[in-house]
Design a protein around this ligand. Sequence first.
Ligand SMILES: [Zn+2]
Length: 79
Amino acid sequence: MVGEHLQQVASCPRCNLLSGWYEKRVCKYRQIFDPDGTPFDTSNMERISGGARRYCIECDRDITELVQMVAEPAADLAG
Ligand SMILES: [Zn+2]
């Protein structure tokens, strides 16, 4: 595998935490229900749009610039 992946490279400038990010995506999917109407699963998740901006999980600040492609550590590649 190519040794590169997205990672939050610095703490959020607002809350000073390194907690990860979320993306706002527009998707379509199948919502599956039990016979009694209880939702139990989804399938065929497909992104339609969105995901261009990234936001701090803790405080919702836009931290898109802090999420960057970084090289995998060598240990992971040895796998
Ligand atoms: Zn934050």
